[in-house]
Design a protein around this ligand. Structure first.
Ligand code: M6R
Length: 608
């Protein structure tokens, strides 16, 4: 979490404004506070405070800061509450050094005590501030700023992406990376560092993704990277990014989330056309040999994993265990070199998923990553990778990355089933054709149902609770629908297998309690009808997402029906989540909330 940025320009520029614009593209990583530090006329200008960037810019006038070199930060609070004092950048005792940081310095208390014993005075409760004082202290001894920075980084434990500037070397930005993501943007007459690619796209599309243990500095015209004391040849690592600035902008939509919901047809078709079948077959050969397949991810990515679990188990008869990434420890003694882990993470940086990947790899397990960000940490540390091609997702709520994850995971599952001769060729080809129809089908669903989803949102906006029930593949979709409503509309929503609702949750149901039913599989229709009746008998407000062929059936029983296309249940998770995303989006907006920046959340969770 937290986003950092640093810009080094040859000429004096409106650098405060440049940094502010970059930070706005990183705001999805945290928005508890923000700040900027710039070197001007031999001293540091630091402006920072609690709140979101736009409001801070009005109050602190970031846009009016001129200079050549500066750093910025947008924070998701870990150590120390969101406040003006705890906002980054943090400075040393004499305001000669400013630092921004994403991650957690786990030995900060010990470092802080040592530094305080040497007379350093701290202004914040953060772990980050120790970095500024540590460099100040080391600089006193070595009188070489880079050496002081290098020595300081050696003393840090934990996770970090660091940007540091100092009046002693005013044209340089020092950086270091361990676990938390950091890239360099390679420009003309300027260079940049940032937590993520969208931050630099306005200025350059050439990037270097830094690796763990690398540190160095940039100036407007120079890049120096080293690892273990040896210079790194970075030139061969410069990648040209195909994401455009437009892709990382709202493009006329009021929110990124709505834009990203609407982008799903394109994201699905790009993902489909980008899939290399040879890679899929290689991955499936590995899966076919596995004695146990583990699947992991967090939040929405975990829900995509549950869809894959269902398909691999039902279609390929695989031995699958799916777990929430942060709970990986339970399986430590169950892993061996015949196990395979599928690690799903749109950002490729989620720390819980990364820790699971590392632990499984250490025990000889092969890892297959599914990610949307090329060269991010999880794909880099995995044995094989399959990318979704959703384009940058900025809204905190995952939408297009979820449907594209399901697209690649469905292709993996049906290809494995086909290779294991559990799916006949005609059946396999039929399912591929069904998947190929999804881009146009999802486009139709958005066009036909957006208005109906708004009507439903009008009902939901005044409710405090909701249930999402499904059976079979409808369960992970119900879970994802409930997560969307919870995280952006702040309405308490729970998902259950519909059969389970009778074993406790139904006690909560009273008049007008909203209950969604995800009906995507013929096999479960009658059972779900029974569950609808049970909820109706308790005066619940029942809403069904049902295939057209059953619409009349459900229309007679339910208060509200969204008629879905008659697609095969094995590809239905993709179209079925779309109305639930739209309902959550409009409910959030009608409650006066900002769906792109839900409270207490950050897009990429890089702390355990
Ligand atoms: O980048 P990842 O896919 O690893 O992120 C995992 C979760 O943090 C993420 O899906 C989160 O649950 C979303 N905010 C849900 O909308």
């Amino acid at each position: 979490m937290c986003g950092i940025v640093g810009i080094a320009c040859s000429e004096i520029e409106n650098i405060g404004k440049m940094i502010r614009r970059c930070l706005e593209r990183l705001e999805y990583r945290g928005y508890d506070s923000a700040g900027i530090a710039v070197i001007r006329d031999g001293s540091l200008i630091v402006r920072k405070g609690r709140g979101k960037i736009a409001e801070l810019n009005r109050r602190l006038r970031f846009d009016e800061i001129y200079g050549r070199v500066g750093i910025g930060h947008t924070r998701w609070a870990t150590h120390g509450k969101p406040s003006d004092e705890n906002a980054h950048p943090h400075t040393d005792c004499r305001d000669t050094i400013a630092v921004v940081h994403n991650g957690i310095i786990s030995n900060y208390l010990e470092l802080r005590e040592n530094l305080e014993a040497r007379g350093h005075v701290f202004k914040s409760e953060t772990d980050t501030e120790v970095i500024a004082h540590l460099v100040e202290e080391n600089f006193k001894n070595v009188r070489d700023l880079f050496e002081a920075f290098r020595r300081s980084v050696e003393e840090l434990c934990g996770t970090y992406a660091i940007g540091l500037i100092s009046i002693y070397e005013p044209s340089k930005i020092f950086f270091a990376r361990m676990t938390s993501p950091l890239i360099i943007g390679v420009g003309d007459g300027m260079n940049m560092i940032a937590s993520d690619i969208p931050a630099v796209l306005e200025y350059t599309n050439r990037v270097i993704v830094l690796k763990d243990g690398e540190l160095g500095y940039i100036t407007p015209t120079e890049i120096y990277i080293e690892k273990d004391g040896k210079p790194v040849n970075w030139r061969e690592r410069v990648r040209v990014i195909s994401w455009s600035l437009d892709m990382a902008s709202k493009g006329g939509y009021p929110h990124f989330m709505l834009k990203e919901i609407h982008e799903q047809p394109l994201a699905l078709s790009n993902t489909l056309s980008g899939i290399e079948m040879e890679n899929v077959r290689n991955i499936c050969s590995l899966l076919a040999k596995a004695d146990r397949i583990f699947i992991t991810g967090a939040g929405t990515s975990y829900h995509a994993g549950l869809v894959c679990d269902y398909l691999l188990t039902e279609l390929a008869g695989a031995n699958v265990t799916t777990f929430i990434a942060s709970e990986y420890r339970k399986y430590v003694n169950a892993i061996n070199d015949s196990s395979v882990l599928i690690a799903i993470s749109q950002s490729g940086e989620t720390i819980d998923t990364l820790m699971a990947v590392r632990t499984f790899k250490e025990r000889g397990c092969k890892v297959i990553a599914v990610s949307n960000v090329v060269d991010s940490t999880i794909p880099r540390e995995s044995d094989m990778v399959i990318y979704t091609r959703a384009g940058p997702e900025i809204g905190v709520a995952a939408t297009k990355t979820f449907t594209t994850q399901i697209m690649v995971l469905t292709i993996l599952s049906i290809t494995l089933a086909y290779m294991m001769e559990r799916l006949r060729e005609e059946e396999y080809k039929y399912l591929i054709r069904q998947l190929q129809e999804l881009p146009s089908l999802t486009e139709k669903i958005i066009r036909m149902h957006e208005a109906r989803c708004m009507i439903l949102a009008r009902y939901l906006k005044n409710r405090t609770n909701a249930f999402y029930l499904g059976r079979g593949l409808g369960v992970p979709i119900a879970m994802e629908g409930a997560l969307k409503l919870k995280e952006i509309a702040y309405i308490h929503a729970e998902a259950y297998p519909a059969g389970e609702s009778k074993h406790g949750p139904i006690a909560l149901v009273e008049r007008d309690f909203p209950v969604f039913f995800v009906v995507l599989d013929d096999y479960y229709v009658e059972a779900i009808v029974g569950n609808v009746m049970e909820m109706r008998a308790r005066d619940a407000y029942t809403i069904a997402l049902a295939p057209r062929k059953y619409v009349y059936k459900f229309a007679k029983l339910c208060d509200y029906v969204i008629d879905m296309p008659n697609v095969d249940y094995r590809v239905a998770p993709i179209p079925y989540i779309i109305p639930l995303q739209l309902v959550a989006y409009y409910t959030s907006v009608m409650r006066g909330l900002d769906p792109d920046k839900p409270r207490n959340l950050a897009k990429t969770v890089t702390v355990e």
